[in-house]
Design a protein around this ligand. Structure first.
Ligand code: FEC
Length: 309
């Protein structure tokens, strides 16, 4: 039986309110935020954090859940999962170095984000592979799993469940907005697959759920002075209400797998605020977190990646 290390990579979140500045500085490639920017981010966290930063808890549980699913479903190998975060300790490099200390020689990397972009999954995988090479570990990384049947099944169930939150006589009038984190428009110049993969997930889910009234919208764009992919979800909420008379909106954030700031603040607080100002009922699909179907999706793509080597 071979021992396989699995590096489970995620965005990372501060450990406490005191850790926000260092985290934000890391996101900004080492440039500290202004006092105003820091206060803005701190107030967003204060609105969602009840003692524990939600993403930390969900990532910890996903790492445990994946290890359990891998060893149950693929018992020919022994899988040991390590955590590697993008912007806070344990960093991606820490996870790989821990594997090396534990004597791991063969490893697979997987990111807790289903869609590939050079700026997201591509950069996680690059850091993981570079550190693995230095540490003498043979590592291969999953690139995307945005059309995995179990992922689609899990999301379909969540859409069907969330539709029940609307009054029965209004359900056929609900507009579904699939959403994901925006990125700077410059990714289009290099033919980045991110927008296409997100559209593919949206189309497939709409087909499975029999939804014809849907649209894709970008969320959580940064303020960097350069254009980001649009349309922004808040503008879409207003536009579909004004131009199409939409009164019920279901947001399905397909680009995210956990409850965290971009879901709990950007959708649950900001988008709901916009909707309530114009009298629209806005609901959101529940996040996958440790949904067994999501854990099995990850286990299946890790096992398939190992086969490919
Ligand atoms: O709950 C939490 O503590 C963490 C929530 C969180 C997730 C997340 C996911 C993604 N991001 C992506 C791209 C960018 C780019 C920039 C950027 C900036 C921020 C800031 C915060 C933040 N992101 Fe994030 N992101 C999360 C949080 N993100 C906080 C800084 C302040 C702000 O803009 O609100 C711009 C900086 C840069 O150029 O690097 C770009 C993408 C994802 C989804 C894929 C993934 O999870 O990796 C893409 C969760």
């Amino acid at each position: 039986m071979k021992k396989i290390g699995v590096l489970v990579m995620s965005y990372g979140t501060p450990e406490s309110l005191d850790g926000i500045e260092a985290y934000y500085t890391h996101i900004r490639h080492g440039r500290p935020p202004s006092a105003e920017q820091l206060e803005d981010l701190r107030s967003r966290y204060e609105a969602i954090v009840g003692g524990v930063f939600p993403l930390r808890e969900h990532t910890d549980n996903q790492v445990k859940g994946l290890q359990e699913a891998l060893n149950r479903l693929y018992p020919d190998n022994e899988f040991v999962c390590y955590q590697g975060l993008k912007h806070v300790a344990p960093f991606i490099e820490d996870g790989v170095q821990q594997m090396a200390r534990d004597g791991i020689k063969e490893a697979v990397g997987v990111v807790l984000a289903p869609h590939f972009s050079t700026m997201s999954v591509g950069s996680y995988n690059k850091r993981a592979k570079e550190t693995a090479e230095e540490a003498g570990i043979s590592m291969t990384c999953v690139e995307s799993y945005h059309l995995h049947p179990k992922l689609l099944e899990a999301l379909e169930k969540r859409i069907q469940a969330a539709l029940q939150k609307f009054p029965a006589d209004k359900r056929d009038q609900v507009k579904v907005l699939f959403s994901a984190h925006s990125l700077p428009e410059k990714i289009l110049e290099i033919g980045d697959p991110y927008p296409k993969q997100l559209m593919e997930t949206s189309e497939e889910l709409a087909k499975r759920c029999g939804i014809t009234n849907w649209q894709f919208a970008w969320q959580s764009a940064g303020q960097t002075g350069t254009p980001w992919l649009g349309p922004d979800i808040q503008d879409v909420i207003r536009t579909v209400h004004e131009e199409e008379g939409v009164q019920q909106i279901l947001v399905c954030p397909i680009g995210f797998v956990s409850d965290h700031l971009e879901v709990l603040y950007d959708i649950d607080i900001e988008c709901k605020q916009v909707a309530s100002e114009i009298g629209v009922q806005l609901e959101r699909t529940e996040s996958l977190n440790t949904d067994p179907l999501y854990m099995e999706t990850l286990a299946s793509v890790v096992a398939a990646q190992l086969e490919r080597v």
